[in-house]
Design a protein around this ligand. Structure first.
Ligand code: ATP
Ligand code: MG
Length: 783
């Protein structure tokens, strides 16, 4: 074959080129943020296709989010300079496993049209099981068990493999209820999220023939963000890679941020022993960020121990320092950021105008988003929230989806339970129990149970007539679904390695699924229910239902849509026009934006309270990696902020600037003056007479973090605010405490002072353990 042009190789540096061109055998690309790992991985796919080493369906490429998968697909097409004829196996672990599991569902007792439960349904199911066991949900919350089971699934542990060390989980009942839960899921023809991988690992381990087929099939395996794979994902990859051994993983140990979800950074560190003879590529040149941003990120991450330690450099010499600013509260912070965004859009401060698409706000906790959403709605600033399935979490959307689920998968009892009396059909608790009992007695699903109950006259009156209407409706709607919706067939052409390609065909629809969806919502009375509803929310809910039907248009069929929704990790609000992105730091992994805002850098929020309370440094180190991920998302402008007051779950709390702020290297930071407090610009000036205000401003300026920042003055905008001196003096009048004194803290309760360092007291709290707190948060501890 004549060599095809390879423009995609141009512009890569030698190390990247090596990673792209070393096609045989295992390759590990281990490198810091913004060094072009993902870009090299993408070029590698293009190279595989371009050189004819593999056809699109022979490449298994795993990304961390659906958004990343879409972007990679687009980029492959662009680099290749032609339309790729689909890359069916480019996606997230979950998306790929759903496809595989549909093909082999029967090997674990499922049917190929199984439904994927979301966390809400999962919890409901667990609650039922827990209640049936007579366990007090208050003492032993089902939610806790859900977490334990997820943990087991992340470690690829089926109920028969729970280690004895875990036998005591959930008051010694965990393993047994886990087994029940798994059986119940199979009865419901359903899986939860963790099952997708767990079942595939089980299938691969128990059926060597199936595994062998895919080992041959996937000639090349590529994995982005390898540092965040959990044990189940790791096992799954290792099994598949044993065939051709052409596996290329890229990652960064400093960006491992999913330890809390079972990810094991050890996977990346073990790569060379797992895959002998692995070619290890190190990339050191950063192409994303300015030197100041890079230095700030490096400064923070240096606080972690046990790092592989990587060098990062950039050819860039220009750029602004990382900007740091303290605010009165979260609302003020949102207001300021809103104003900054608008002025960046206009192109102030000698900078070219930024597009809204170029700006992102990355928060530690999703509850931080509300302040921004509210503010942006008020000032009419277009934004999108990435990473939270917010739309699909709404009540009316979940109801509507339950209807779709019953129609596509009649075994989905949870969905049936949700809709059987919504809208009200006179089918109360009692009637529902009858249906449940009939179904159980006959060993059938609830739809069948209801049918039998009706046939035997086991239910009467208005309820009976309504139930019949519903069941008839379900029958009718189901019959309008196009045949088996996904047909997976072996192509008849046989390839050189003797394996038939896999092909997925979609049958032609009778009624379009969009029309069908509308029909279901109308005929079931669900839309009518909201039309007759006089509450203020009703019109919005009807809008949302319309929006849902609109969303369906982008899919081939109902099932594909349901699958999409259950897999969705990023629901970008589609639509024209530029938008600022708001997302969590976790969701921002792998992304980049010219201008990034990192709000809420306060102890207890970031790093999270939980990580601070934990003994040992593990949690805190993961938070620090998150800080590193956050800063390294920024290309040109990075602004970190904190508030002196934060309302958390409806309660006002004083906040201390994050300890990570102290870790920012001074020479790379510009400290800005908060406008709200000192009339330095926009934002309402605070009434200085108000004690609460003064306490809060003092909090900002008295904190060790801020004091250190003050000593760095000199840079633009760092002048000491006019009135803060008074405030500081006021607050210094706060009583200090002596060693051994009994004290009280609002959050931590009573304790005894065991150490004093300036205005910081080390206190042994009776309940909360030993903590360092600032003295003004303490009062004399008389009971
Ligand atoms: P992260 O660790 O954050 O996922 P990464 O290592 O995957 O980062 P990429 O996203 O691939 O980095 O690349 C960062 C930026 O640098 C992108 O805008 C990319 O296009 C650019 N880039 C990568 N390699 C080169 C190169 N050789 N020349 C010019 N630009 C490059
Ligand atoms: Mg990347």
């Amino acid at each position: 074959m004549a060599a095809r042009p390879q423009p995609y190789l141009e512009g890569l540096n030698p190390a990247q080129r090596a990673a792209v061109e070393t096609l045989d055998g295992p390759v590990l690309m281990l490198a810091g943020a913004g060094t072009g790992k993902t870009r090299a991985l993408t070029a590698r796919i293009v190279h595989l296709l371009n050189t004819g080493r593999a056809r699109p369906h022979e490449v298994l490429a795993v990304t961390f989010t659906n958004k990343a998968a879409r972007e990679m697909k687009t980029r492959v097409g662009q680099m290749l300079g032609q339309q790729v004829e689909g890359m069916p196996w480019l996606g997230t672990f979950h998306a790929i496993c759903v496809k595989l599991l549909r093909r082999h569902a029967e090997l674990v007792g499922l049917k190929s049209n199984f439904t994927i439960l979301d966390t809400d349904d999962q919890l409901r199911l667990l609650k039922q099981l827990v209640a049936a066991e007579g366990i007090d949900d208050k003492r032993w919350p089902a939610r806790m068990l859900a977490g334990i089971i997820d943990g087991w699934k992340n470690r690829a542990l089926t109920p028969d493999k729970i280690p004895s060390a875990d036998a005591g989980a959930y008051n010694h009942r965990g393993p047994e209820i886990y087994a029940q839960y798994q059986r119940r899921l199979i009865e419901l023809n359903a899986t939860d999220f963790g099952d997708l991988l767990l079942h595939m690992v089980t299938i691969f381990q128990a059926h060597p023939d199936v595994l062998a087929q895919y080992q041959r099939w996937f000639k090349y395996i590529l994995v982005d963000e390898y540092q965040d794979t959990n044990v189940a994902q790791y096992l799954w990859l290792r099994l598949l890679a044993q065939g051709h051994k052409n596996i290329c993983c890229v990652g960064d140990d400093d960006q491992s941020i999913y330890g809390w979800r079972g990810a094991e950074v050890g996977n990346i560190l073990r790569f060379e022993t797992d895959f002998l003879g692995a070619h290890v590529v190190k990339l050191e040149q950063n192409y994303r960020s300015t030197p100041h941003i890079l230095a700030a990120a490096s400064g923070v991450i240096a606080g972690n121990e046990g790092r592989l330690g990587k060098t990062l450099w950039t050819e860039e010499t220009e750029g602004e320092k990382v900007r740091l600013i303290g605010h009165w509260d979260g609302e003020e912070e949102a207001r300021w950021i809103g104003d900054e965004i608008e002025s960046a859009q206009r192109g102030t401060r000698g900078l070219d105008p930024f597009s809204l698409d170029d700006m992102a706000i990355l928060v530690r906790a999703s509850h931080q988003m509300r302040a921004f959403e509210d503010r942006f709605l008020t000032i009419g600033l277009p934004y999108k929230v990435i990473g939270g399935p917010r739309f699909y979490e709404r009540l009316e959307i979940r109801d509507a989806m339950a209807y779709f689920r019953v129609v596509t998968s009649p075994d989905d009892d949870l969905a049936f339970e949700r809709i059987v009396n919504t809208p009200k059909r006179g089918l109360g608790e009692k009637a529902q129990q009858k249906i449940q009992r009939t179904a159980r007695d006959h060993g059938v699903n609830l739809v069948e149970g209801a049918r039998i109950l009706l046939a035997h006259g086991g239910i009467s009156g208005k309820g009976a007539a309504q139930l019949r209407l519903l069941i008839d409706g379900i029958d009718r709607w189901s019959s309008m679904l196009q045949g088996p919706r996904i047909e997976i067939s072996e192509d008849d052409s046989v390839l050189d390695d003797g394996v038939a390609p896999l092909r997925m065909d979609y049958g032609p629809p009778d009624v379009s699924h969009v029309e069908l969806a509308e029909m279901i919502l109308d005929e079931s009375g669900y839309t009518g229910m909201w039309q007759n509803d006089k509450t203020p929310e009703a019109p919005g809910r009807l809008e949302n239902l319309k929006e849902l039907v609109k969303a369906l248009e982008g899919f081939e069929n109902l099932q594909g849509f349901l699958e999409h929704v259950s897999l969705i990790m990023d629901n970008e609000q589609e639509g024209d026009g530029e938008k600022v992105s708001i997302m969590t730091l976790h969701a921002a992994k792998g992304l980049e934006f010219p201008m990034v805002f990192l709000p809420g850098w306060e102890d207890g929020l970031f790093p999270s309270q939980r990580s601070m309370d934990e003994s040992g440094m593990k949690g805190l180190e993961e938070e620090r990696r998150l800080a590193y991920v956050g800063i390294t998302r920024a290309e040109r402008i990075c602004t970190i902020s904190f508030a002196a007051n934060r309302r958390v779950f409806g309660q006002w709390q004083n906040a201390m600037p994050s300890r990570f702020i102290d870790e920012l290297p001074e020479e790379h930071v510009d400290v800005l003056t908060p406008p709200g407090l000192y009339g330095g610009g926009f934002g309402a000036a605070m009434p200085q007479s108000d004690l609460h205000d003064r306490a809060a401003s003092a909090n900002v300026y008295n904190s060790p973090g801020w004091k250190r920042l003050q000593s760095r003055s000199g840079a633009r905008g760092t002048s000491q605010p006019r009135e803060s001196r008074n405030v500081t003096i006021d607050m210094q009048a706060v009583a200090a405490f002596e060693m051994g004194e009994r004290v009280f803290h609002d959050k931590f309760g009573y304790g005894e002072v065991i150490g004093i360092e300036g205005d910081k007291m080390e206190v042994a709290f009776e309940k909360a353990g030993t903590k360092k707190v600032v003295s003004r948060f303490l009062t004399g501890g008389k009971d």
